[in-house]
Design a protein around this ligand. Structure first.
Ligand code: AGP
Length: 608
């Protein structure tokens, strides 16, 4: 939820840390701060609001020093104020801590520390860490951090500096992502590669329970018993260009327009037309193992949960295996029925969503084989799942997920093809699916070519305060996704529903002020959708229909129409998602919303 970056080397740390924070701003952006060793002690700068506020302060009052840590926040405990911004320091200001996660027993620890003479200044859970380290300090920083962490319950990614042991940064991870970046005689710690990819592509992914000690001569990884640990050095395959806006006004629009390429990347090297099937080498499952599963659970959150619903439909139809879709936050605390014959598919763009990670661990604990559909290479879910499918959609910076969604649906279609061809899908059917998949990139481009028309449409609906999105079959989840996109970036209240559900209540909402977006491609349930459009029209609703061909039956019923190319039913959500993303984007921009960093949201929800 928050972003952490640290640097030790020979260059001035301040500007490097600020640049790193800017690249992490999509993780949290309500307050920020730095702590830098200035040769005499720890010097901090903090500000509420965007990183630009902190930058103004640091330009006006720069801090010298070649070692420091920094943080951009998404508040969990205490309002986003300068006082609650990180870093937090101990009583004497010798120790500074930045933290991503939640200290669950912070109240009890705070009382104990206050009873032992410590004085607190903030409302945060994090501040207890600075005082715990102070209380444990006996000349060596990492030993004090270890002692402090033994008293802590909860999740953390932390970085710590101290004027009492001034040549090092100590970092530790439990539940929140943290990586080490290896440069030429300089080293970095960061919540993700985007903060440091400008400087190095050599990274070490820390595991839960790892501590790292960085200084100008190198780094080492130890565990919470101070035992040396060996960790692999990985090469990052993204470059800086991929995490810059590339001339687009917003990351979200750039990522929407990347979809012809990203959908293709998800399929690249994975289609086997000769056998009418797909090849997913990372699955780590043999044909026999794939045939051994008698039930599938798909778990995820948010947009990823919407693609899971589409996956359920695909997999049940093509493999005849019962599939359950679970909100990860519910699944982790329910007593689910999971057996060694359960395949648990875990979907997450970031690969770090706390609820999804915990749900996967719960399924594993109960004997399921886990497969992660993940976009971020090296993320925790990717590393802990038994096998997986990387989306290869490239970095997704806009908080509202777009290209990851379409790539998730394509990845699910590949998995369905792989499993289906072992069971109920004929070679002819398989070939049809492959042909439709290969046509997608050009078809997505066809829709993007209508962006201007969709922008005009947005002008007519930007002042509405409610929206309904309706679809059937594969497109009910697409309706949910369309509603979520509008909600999260324009703050307009919107709901997605199965079109036939309207009669059971929501139709009461329909009047001339209620725009209703119907996802109505010419698929196997189109006729049924037509009658739902008639129901809405009869009550004065303004209908926007996404169609895939001329539909005389809709004549006179629809106020506005957006055309998408025709494809097979199971892939229509990929095409329907694009105009839904564009409509939400243009409405939000016209309402003056911060599209890339919508209020109250963050890109990766690493706390529960
Ligand atoms: C979607 O636009 C949101 N950013 C959010 O719902 C997101 O899908 C959810 O937090 C899950 O994230 P993940 O895919 O990274 O696990």
């Amino acid at each position: 939820m928050c972003g952490i970056v640290g640097y030790v080397g020979s260059r001035i740390a301040g500007p490097l840390l600020l640049e790193g924070l800017k690249r992490l701003e999509y993780r949290g952006y309500d307050s920020a701060g730095v702590a830098i060793m200035n040769g005499k002690g720890v010097e901090t700068r903090k500000a509420a609001g965007k990183i630009s506020m902190l930058e103004t302060i640091m330009v006006g009052n720069p801090v010298a020093g070649t070692l420091g840590i920094a943080h951009t926040r998404w508040a969990t405990h205490g309002a986003p104020t300068t006082t609650n911004a990180h870093p937090h320091v101990d009583c004497k200001g010798n120790i500074a801590v930045v933290h991503n996660g939640i200290i669950e027993n912070s109240t009890a620890l705070r009382h104990w520390l206050e009873d032992n003479g410590h004085t607190f200044v903030s409302e945060t859970d994090t501040e207890v860490l600075a005082h715990l380290i102070e209380a444990s300090f006996d000349g060596n920083l990492e030993e004090a951090v270890i002692e402090a962490l033994h008293m802590v319950h909860g999740t953390y990614g932390i970085a710590v500096v101290s004027s009492l042991d001034p040549q090092k940064i100590v970092a530790a991870r439990m539940g929140s992502p943290l990586i080490i970046g290896l440069g030429e005689n300089e080293f970095y710690v960061a919540s993700d590669v985007s903060a440091i990819v400008e400087h190095t592509r050599q990274v070490v992914y820390l595991d839960d329970g790892d501590l790292a000690v960085l200084d100008r001569t190198g780094y080492r990884v130890i565990d919470l018993e101070a035992q040396e640990m060996t960790r692999t050095v990985s090469q990052v395959d993204w470059d800086l260009g991929q995490i810059e806006r590339g001339g687009f006004p917003h990351f979200m629009l750039k990522e929407i327009f990347e979809q012809p390429a990203t959908v293709e990347n998800t399929m690249r090297g994975r289609l086997l037309p000769a056998d009418s099937t797909a090849k997913l080498s990372g699955l780590n499952l043999s044909d026999d193992e794939l045939l051994s599963f008698d039930n599938i659970i798909i778990t995820a959150c948010g947009t990823s949960w919407h693609s899971a619903l589409i996956g359920e439909h695909m997999l049940e139809e093509m493999t005849r295996i019962p599939v359950e879709v679970e909100y990860a936050s519910e699944f982790r605390y329910r007593n689910p029925i999971v057996t060694p014959r359960t395949l648990c598919i875990v979907i997450s763009q970031s690969g770090e969503t706390a609820d999804t990670l915990a749900a996967m661990r719960e399924a594993k604990r109960r004997g399921a084989r886990t497969v992660g559909l993940v976009n971020v290479v090296g993320s925790t879910i990717a590393r802990e799942s038994d096998g997986g499918v990387y989306l290869h959609a490239g970095p997704e910076i806009g908080v509202a997920s777009t290209k990851a969604f379409t790539s998730q649906v394509v990845a699910l279609a590949l998995l369905t093809l792989r499993m289906g061809r072992l069971r109920a899908v004929s070679a002819v059917r398989g070939a049809e699916i492959i042909q439709a998949l290969m046509a997608l990139p050009a078809q997505v481009q066809e829709i993007l070519d209508q962006a201007e028309q969709i922008e005009h449409l947005a002008e007519q609906y930007k002042d509405n305060s409610n929206f309904l999105y309706l679809g059937r079959g594969f497109n009910f989840p697409a309706a949910l996704e369309g509603a979520l996109k509008l909600k999260e970036i324009s703050y307009i209240h919107a709901e997605g529903y199965p079109a036939a559900e309207m009669k059971h209540g929501p139709i009461a909402l329909i009047d001339s002020a209620m725009p209703v977006v119907f996802i109505a491609p010419h698929d196997s349930v189109f006729e049924k959708v037509v009658s739902n459009v008639q129901e809405v029209k009869a009550r004065g609703g303004r209908v926007i229909a996404i169609t895939s061909r001329d539909e005389p039956q809709l004549a006179g019923l629809v106020a506005h129409e957006i055309r998408i190319p025709q494809t097979i039913d199971m892939l229509t959500p990929v095409l329907a998602a694009v105009p839904l993303q564009l409509l939400a984007y243009y409405i939000a921009v016209k309402r003056g919303c911060n599209v890339d960093q919508p209020r109250n949201l963050a890109k990766s929800v690493t706390v529960e």
